[in-house]
Unconditional design. Sequence first.
Length: 93
Amino acid sequence: MHAFFGFIAMVISLFIWVIIISAIMSWLIAFDVVNRRNRVVYTIADGLYRLTEPLLRPIRNVLPNLGGLDLSPVVLILGLIFLRDVVIFGWIL
């Protein structure tokens, strides 16, 4: 049972890194550091968007509109850290 919870914790940690990379990639595209018309950049950005958007969209619907500031990745990361540390590791203890 510990191996299963360890695997779930590892998947959650990996998804947290995917969210961070997705946020950094969106900043690089927004500030025109990388060109979205480049096929490799487009493929990476599209893949990250498809991975993170199903969990970020409901959070964006609940949070108030703050203009250009999107806090949904921060809320999702905090929720995933809570799930990983308190629920999963608390269950093991």
